[in-house]
Design a binder for this molecule. Structure first.
Ligand SMILES: [Zn+2]
Ligand SMILES: [Zn+2]
Length: 385
């Protein structure tokens, strides 16, 4: 869309302003104020305070009544110390926009301005800016605090940038696209002893090692080879010196699955493996197993609408409708549990990966993403005359 491309420089300056002031989960105060100021300047009413820093701006179409849809962007940064030397690098040590949420906000703001200037559609668009996508489930909090009751909508859509795939390509798939995400912590409790007299203790280091190895049998032998699951131990803490068997070892990690059946199976087998291995070694386990995000599941009809808008934006050759499912998680899943909708990724070309200290959002995507949002609104809310 030429109008969006012409304003690219201004949008880029918004994006870099947001990039320079990263804020993490539920602390997006400056970010929220910046977004609210832009939305207000477009003449939109802005509802603030949903999930703390979250906000929703509403635009009614000039053609009168029609369906309502939600377009969502996430706002939070990560606890990563930025390693770039860009002039717009993070002003806050230890925090950075390494997932491109600065770009997501900007693409949605750009679309909001464009549509506000010419609301040539029938119905309502809610621009949803969500805090705390990383780890803390800000989408869940917005849903719990009444997002869909205060702002009824027939469908909701999301978009994420995706490095290292051909620039400007839209990527998605119907059904499960991002995995469910659970975390675990296991305290393996043995009995400390002299390292040279192991028979007098119960060794939690050996027990924890057996647990780490045995956990891999869940994916290899309990989950069907036709299904996907990941069990990853990411932390092992225990012991202080060379010649002492410690009392305890702590394990932590994460589980990823796509269906509730596999999710239940993995948790059940996880508990059985930990308790069984501990029993065999005479040790004891304290297990904390928390279910975090559900799998992100695209709804069929809305996914097809999203693809239509992507084709209008980028051409049929730049739309991949059978993108491989991703084992990472995305909390937009909570919104898709409550309302029909679809989520696409927008490829940004070569560059540092998401969650990398060298990452920077590719500003050339801003007019592309904004134009996708505008096409989506036009194709959904402009009934044939
Ligand atoms: Zn992320
Ligand atoms: Zn992200």
């Amino acid at each position: 869309m030429p109008a969006l491309a012409q304003a690219a420089e201004e949008f880029t300056s918004w994006r870099r302003t947001l990039h320079a002031m990263p804020e993490t989960a539920f602390e997006e105060q400056r970010t929220s104020a910046f977004v609210a100021a832009r939305l207000t300047s477009f003449g939109l009413p802005v509802h603030r305070g949903l999930a703390g820093t979250g906000l929703v701006a509403t635009l009614k179409g000039a053609r009168g009544e029609g369906p309502a849809i939600g377009l969502r962007a996430d706002m939070d940064a990560l606890d990563i110390h930025e390693a770039t030397n860009l002039p717009w690098r993070s002003d806050t040590p230890g925090k950075m926009h390494a997932c491109g949420h600065d770009g997501h906000m900007t693409m949605l703001l750009a679309a909001a301005r464009h549509l506000s200037a010419d609301p040539d559609f029938a119905g309502t668009v809610h621009f949803v800016f969500q805090p705390a996508e990383e780890n803390e489930g800000g989408a869940r909090v917005m849903v719990e605090q009444g997002l869909f009751e205060h702002f009824p909508m027939q469908a909701v859509y999301g978009l994420h940038n995706w490095p290292n795939a051909p620039f400007g390509t839209f990527l998605g798939r119907p059904g499960p696209m991002f995995a469910a995400f659970d975390i675990f912590e296991v305290r393996v409790i043995g009995r400390g002893a002299h390292a040279a007299m192991p028979q007098r203790g119960i060794d939690p280091v050996l027990t924890a090692s057996l647990i780490v190895a045995q956990l891999q049998s869940i994916v290899a032998r309990a989950v069907s080879p036709q299904e996907a699951a990941v069990v990853t131990v990411t932390q092992i803490h225990g012991g202080d010196t060379w010649n002492v068997i410690p009392d305890e070892v702590l394990l932590r990690g994460t589980v990823r699955t796509f269906t509730s059946e596999v999710r239940d199976l993995v948790e059940q087998r996880f508990r059985a493996v930990v308790e069984g291995v501990c029993a065999a070694q005479g040790a004891r386990a304290e297990i904390r197993y928390e279910r975090r995000y559900p799998a992100l599941v695209n709804h069929g009809a809305e996914f097809a609408h999203a693809l239509d808008a992507a084709r209008l934006t980028a051409g049929a050759g730049a739309v991949v409708a059978d993108f491989e499912p991703i084992m990472a998680a995305e909390d937009f899943a909570y919104m898709l549990e409550k309302a029909p909708g679809a989520y696409l990724c927008l490829a940004s070309g070569p560059g540092a990966n998401l969650h990398n200290a060298q990452y920077d959002f590719n500003d050339a995507l801003i007019p592309v993403g904004a134009s996708y949002w505008v096409h989506l609104v036009h194709s959904l809310l402009r009934p044939a005359a």
